[in-house]
Design a protein around this ligand. Structure first.
Ligand SMILES: [Zn+2]
Length: 129
C-alpha cells in the first residue's frame, strides 16, 4: 500500500509525516501522534531541517487547520455512531453521546496531527529543489 503512493504526492507527505516541500524531512518530531503531545512546544518544530521551509507560513496560519480538524472530528463521530449501532442493541442516546465524546477526546492528538499536515499540504506543493 505504501509503495503505491509515490513521492511527490500530497498523500505521501501526509501519511509519512514529511515536509510538504522537500518530502525528506519530518514535519512532526514523532510519527506517533500520542507521543508528539508530550514533546516540547506540542511537537511544533518550526522549520524544516532540510529545506528550511517555515511551517507556519504566516501568522495565524494554523487557525485554518481548525476547519480540517472539524471535518476529521465529524468523520470520527459518524464512524463511532455507525460502530455503536452496528454492535449494540437498545443503547440509550445518553450513552451514545458519552461514547462518541470519549472517542473524540481520545482521538484528539491524532486529529491535531493530521489536521496540520493536511492544512499545510493544501498550500505547499512538492518541489525537487
Ligand atoms: Zn523541507
Amino acid at each position: 500500500m505504501r509503495r503505491l503512493i509515490k513521492k511527490g504526492t500530497k498523500l505521501y507527505s501526509v501519511l509519512n509525516n514529511l515536509c510538504p516541500k522537500c518530502q525528506s524531512s519530518k514535519f512532526w518530531p514523532e510519527n506517533n501522534p500520542f507521543k508528539n503531545i508530550f514533546v516540547k512546544n506540542g511537537g511544533d518544530i518550526g522549520n524544516c531541517s532540510n529545506c528550511q521551509l517555515k511551517f507556519e507560513v504566516e501568522l495565524g496560519f494554523w487557525y485554518g487547520a481548525m476547519y480540517v480538524s472539524y471535518a476529521i472530528s465529524v468523520f470520527i463521530s459518524i464512524l463511532s455512531w455507525v460502530l455503536i449501532n452496528t454492535f449494540t442493541k437498545d443503547i440509550s442516546i445518553l450513552n451514545e453521546i458519552l461514547i462518541i465524546s470519549c472517542s473524540l477526546i481520545f482521538m484528539s492528538p491524532v486529529v491535531y496531527y493530521f489536521s496540520r499536515l493536511i492544512w499545510i499540504n493544501i498550500f505547499i506543493s512538492f518541489s525537487e529543489n
